[in-house]
Every structure is written in C-alpha cells, then in structure tokens.
Design a protein around this ligand. Structure first.
Ligand code: PHB
Length: 400
C-alpha cells in the first residue's frame, strides 16, 4: 500500500506547483522580450563642417520611427549616439565600440565617406545590420558591398554623373573641377567626368584642397585665370556655404557658370544670402517635389523640428523607414538577420523624394533631378536621369 504522502497522487500534488511556476515563467518570457529595447546606434557627425547634416539625419530617422508609433512589435527603441567628428582616423574604433560594447541591434551612419570606410569594415567583420543614411562612398555598394549593409542615400558617382550628362548635352566644352581631396570628392569628380567626357566635354584641370579646409582664395584666383566655360564642384555643409560666399565675393558669380552635386546648395540656403541664387545642381531630392507624400513629410518635419527638411533629413527618414519595415517583418527580433535582409531587399520605399527600391548592391535605384536655386529653395526643374543605378550594381559581389 502506498501512503498518501509518498504515492503517485502525492507526487502529482507536489509537482503541480512546479508546473505552475514553469508555465508562469514561460508566459513571462514574451513580456520580458517585449520590454527589452531595440538598440539603434547613431554614429554621425554632430560637430564640424557636417554637424548640421548629422542632426538632420537624426531628426529624419526619429520622425519615421515616431510615425510608426515609436515601438517595433511592442519593443521600445533606445538610441545610442556617437559623434564621429567626420574623422576617418577614429572611425573603425568608434564603430567597433558601438557594436561590441554598446551591442546595438542596428548601426546607422554616417555622412563622411572616409569614416564610412571604417564603418563598412566593422559591419563586414561583425555582420551587424548597417544602414548608411548619407556617405556616398562608391565601394560601400560596390566591391565592399555585403548582405547586411544598406544605403538609403546615393553613391557619389550617381549624383555627379547626371550633371556631366546635362552639361555635355548643352554643348559645354571646357570644365575645371574643384573639390575636397578625399573619397567623396574624387568619386564625385570621376562620375561627372565619366558622363561629361563621353558626351564630348573636356576637363581642363582638376583642383583640390584637403578636407575640411575652406581656404578657397588661391583656387578661385587660379580658376579666374584658367577661364573655363564652367566649373563643377563637390562641397557640402558649412564648407559649401563658405565656398559660395567666397565665389560671389571674388566676383565669379555670373561670370563663370558654376555647377555641382546638389549638396552644394542643400540645407545651407539660409546661410548664403543671394550667393546661391540661380545655381543649378543635380540630386535625388528637391524642395518643390509636388506630391502628397512629400508635402505630408515636409509638414510633419516642420511641425516636429521647427525647420524645413533638406536632402539629409529625407535620407535619415528613409533609413528610419527601412529600419521600421525590416524590424516589423521579423516581429521585432533583430537577431533574425537573414529574414530582415530578405524583407528589405523586396521593399519599395515610399520616400518624399519619390518611390525607390534597392539595387542588387543595396543602393537606391532612383531618379536624379535637375534643380535650380530660387530664394530659399532648390526647385526641381526636371529629371536629369530617371531610375539611375550607378555605379552599376555588378561591381558588387555579395559575400565576396
Ligand atoms: C561623403 O563624404 O560621402 C559626403 C559628405 C557630404 C555630402 C555628400 C557626401 O553632402
């Protein structure tokens, strides 16, 4: 005979509370998971000549997340921010710190192509999900492409190529180029030159100065003496504003036609007075894009930040849109990288700039607009090249 204290019924009685505890613990797991925040690393310039660009990208990213309710599948978002100072020498260490010490689920950044090279290196080594919201470093979606790396902005050559095409079609013959001497400047000039020389144009001279120097005077004197038909430049941020003011002060405005990648006149028109008036540039965004999508975005951005958005705000917003859509596709579990990647590769991003998709190299295939400065706006005057995939995605071998 079994006693009531040792028999199977007693064992069941003793086991029941254990079962209940396990069940309670299991029921608690999704709750704990839901409380764990999704960590987003923002590695961007918050000081120096590109400071305003980093802030606009951050604003845009957060706006997209807020519009999605500020949570992914019930999980809150935590931001870890780091000022990369646009300093390539610190880039790999900074990226390594934010990925391995702060353990972010996704690494977002940056603006400067030299810093980007360091971030891409760490993204390739660690496999962290990485979204590039500006830097045009051609190789990031070329020879250095990887399944976990996405760009929501442009490749440097992609923005410059259409400007070269437009000038060649207008019959412009001799051009001097001027830029900061670093990857973005070199690649911008190379993209411009590719289209311009194919169309019959000639580059008289390629002038440069080190990044982020703004001692333009001797270069302006040289340009005046070279007397080119036109000048093509790549500058951005605070440096672009200074360049335009110096160009006007040197008496070159209205004398030698000046063109550039659209960064020359984006986000700086408040600072340049009439120095930028009438300038034509090419870019994947313009202020006057008259679509309900763009109007709604501009209104929401202005309401949230009390300033008008620029191209950098749009790129940050689209980085936020890509992140939200990918994270939702994996139910907020960012460790499901393969599923995240498969989902965003198929997506069409409904951007204020117009709809775009990712190329095989994970760079936007997008229309490139011709714009003209009118007052405080970069007005779109036409599409310079539609749905441009440049440099061609076949330079990227995924996993290679
Ligand atoms: C870059 O370094 O790739 C870069 C920086 C600023 C811009 C555009 C490109 O506005």
């Amino acid at each position: 005979m079994t006693s009531p204290r040792t028999g199977p019924a007693a064992a069941r009685r003793r086991f029941l509370p254990v079962l209940a505890a396990v069940a309670a613990a299991l029921a608690f797991v999704p709750a704990v998971h839901a409380q764990q925040k999704v960590k987003v690393g923002l590695m961007l310039p918050y000081t120096g000549t590109f400071a305003q660009l980093g802030t606009a990208i951050t604003n845009g990213f957060k706006l997209a997340v807020d519009e999605a309710g500020g949570r992914i599948a019930g999980r809150e978002i935590e931001y870890v921010s780091l000022d990369d100072e646009s300093d390539p020498a610190k880039a790999a260490d900074n990226a390594n710190r934010i990925v391995n010490r702060d353990k972010v689920d996704v690494l977002v950044g940056t603006v400067h192509s030299g810093v980007q090279a360091g971030m891409v290196k760490i993204a390739r080594e660690t496999g962290v999900l990485h979204i590039i919201p500006n830097a045009g470093l051609d190789a990031a979606t070329g020879p250095l492409c990887a399944p976990n790396i996405f760009r929501t902005s442009f490749a440097n050559g992609q923005v410059a190529y259409p400007m070269g095409k437009v000038l060649a079609e207008r019959g412009v013959k001799n051009v001097v180029t001027l830029t900061w001497k670093y990857a973005a400047g070199d690649e911008s000039v190379a993209g411009f030159k590719d289209a311009f020389t194919k169309g019959g144009g000639k580059i008289l001279k390629e002038l440069t100065l080190p990044f982020p120097n703004v001692e333009f005077q001797p270069l302006l004197t040289e340009i005046a003496s070279l007397k080119p038909d036109a000048v093509y430049v790549f500058f951005a941020g605070g440096g672009a504003a200074k360049f335009l003011k110096d160009w006007q002060a040197a008496g070159l405005k209205g004398k030698i036609p000046l063109y550039g990648a659209g960064f020359l006149t984006d986000g700086i028109l408040e600072a340049t007075g009439d120095a930028a008036e009438g300038l034509e540039t090419t870019l994947h965004y313009g202020d006057g894009i008259d679509t309900p999508r763009n109007r709604a975005f501009r209104e929401a951005y202005r309401k949230a930040y009390k300033i008008d958005p620029d191209v950098y705000a749009v790129q940050g917003y689209d980085a936020g849109q890509l992140f939200v859509a990918g994270a939702k596709a994996v139910g907020g579990d960012l460790s499901k990288k393969r599923e995240f990647i498969a989902a965003v590769e198929k997506m069409t991003i409904d951007s204020p700039r117009g709809k775009w998709t990712l190329s095989k190299a994970h760079n936007p295939v997008q229309d490139m607009y011709l714009r003209k400065v009118s007052g405080k706006e970069n007005r779109v005057t036409g599409v310079a090249t539609p749905a441009l995939d440049y440099p061609p995605a076949d330079r990227c071998k995924m996993g290679g």
